[in-house]
Design a protein around this ligand. Structure first.
Ligand code: NAP
Ligand code: ZN
Length: 333
């Protein structure tokens, strides 16, 4: 059994090249998924660039995977041959620590990432622990479902804890951000999009944003002060976070899902006086994933995608790097 993939062959390279490998023998809890689609998440670029630390090469990125089960280990349950499934950022955990038991598998000390130090989804197949393989609702098309498996769950998990009718701002309207607008809207929030790209306004409104703030426009930022209960950052860069904290109402929170590399420099007096909170959020556990897929199917939430063949993976990555994708590139295998 040979798997045909695209990989970065060594740490001094950023270009992906065709690469074939023989997978490890199928574990008793594993399935082999024949891949049809894989979304291109900015985390794939962070992995390629070494932003998440040293990783073993070759790197086969890809963790928004959709396909069908074609081989099953003997202890696999709840799946069947031909079943349409998805795989996200997480491919394993211990399944018995306090976090796994509570359904926060992403916090497990033994969490395994789908495409870090193991082969990911820019390929025609993947072998993966069936307990992190998610059956897809029939109502979701495969191409639409792929981005939900990382971008979708990552924004849904913090939003599901937000009170209905909260005023929610989303910073960065990319792959994660455009799904965050849709989830927040359908969860009953009053939604504000905050973007450096003025030309995204009409689409942001179509995704459910009631307000649109051009963050490079000082007058826009000033007008938005004190207007939000929750601000979710999906950006990949460092911003002047103290300016964003000023957009919050008392008791507001700034939630980081984007992997900005730097630090938050915020006056502690402001945190005390206005009872602001700053927190992070990492993907979501298995229960949240299944809930998110059902919620997306029920409310017709789907990524706006650009579909490209797997063979054009380098062009696809370039579109994401340069903020040209509208709003998620999905590779078709
Ligand atoms: P993406 O599609 O590239 O979107 C990022 C958005 O950030 C861009 O569309 C852009 O929005 C904004 N942006 C880019 N450069 C900027 C700049 N110089 N200044 C201000 N804004 C800028 O990326 P993505 O796939 O959504 O991923 C976003 C981040 O989330 C990545 O760091 C990724 O690693 C991280 N992530 C985290 C988790 C988690 O578990 N926490 C899961 C998945 C991904 P505008 O054009 O609207 O300004
Ligand atoms: Zn991702």
């Amino acid at each position: 059994m040979t798997i045909n993939a695209y990989a970065v062959l060594s740490s001094d390279r950023k270009i992906l090249e065709p690469y074939t490998y023989e997978p490890q023998p199928l574990g008793t809890h594993e399935v082999e998924v024949a891949i049809t689609h894989c979304g291109v998440c900015h985390s794939d670029i962070h992995v390629i660039d070494g932003d998440f630390g040293q990783v073993a090469h070759p790197v086969i990125p890809g963790h928004e995977i959709v396909g069908t089960v074609r081989v099953m280990g003997e202890h696999v349950s709840g799946l069947s041959i031909g079943k349409r499934v998805g795989v996200g950022w997480q491919a394993g955990s211990c399944l018995h620590c306090e976090w796994c038991i509570q359904g926060y598998e992403q916090l497990c000390a033994d969490a395994i990432d789908t495409c870090v130090n193991r082969p990911g989804g820019y390929a025609d197949a993947i072998r993966v622990d069936s307990r992190f393989v998610h059956p897809l609702p029939d109502a979701l098309e495969s191409v639409d479902a792929a981005p939900l498996l990382c971008a979708g769950i990552t924004v849904y998990a913090p939003l599901r804890d937000v009170p209905q009718s909260a005023r929610v701002g989303v910073i960065g309207i990319g792959g994660l951000g455009h799904l965050a607008l849709q989830f927040a809207d359908k969860l009953g929030c009053e939604v504000t999009a905050l973007s450096t790209s003025a030309d995204k306004e009409a689409e942001a409104r179509s995704f459910g944003a009631e307000h649109f703030v051009v963050t490079t426009d000082a007058a826009h930022m000033k007008a938005a002060r004190g207007s939000l209960d929750v601000l979710i950052s999906t950006v990949t860069v460092d911003l002047k976070w103290s300016d964003y904290m000023r957009l919050l109402r008392p008791n507001g929170s700034l939630v980081f899902v984007g992997a900005s590399p730097g630090k938050v420099d915020v006056r502690i007096g402001a945190l005390v006086n206005y009872q602001y909170a700053i927190r992070g959020s990492s993907i979501g556990g298995r229960p949240a994933m299944r809930e998110m897929l059902d919620f997306a199917a029920q409310h017709k939430i789907k990524a706006q995608t650009e579909v490209m063949p797997l063979a054009q993976v380098n062009d696809a990555l370039e579109r994401v790097r340069t903020n040209k994708a509208r709003y998620r590139v999905v590779l078709a295998v």
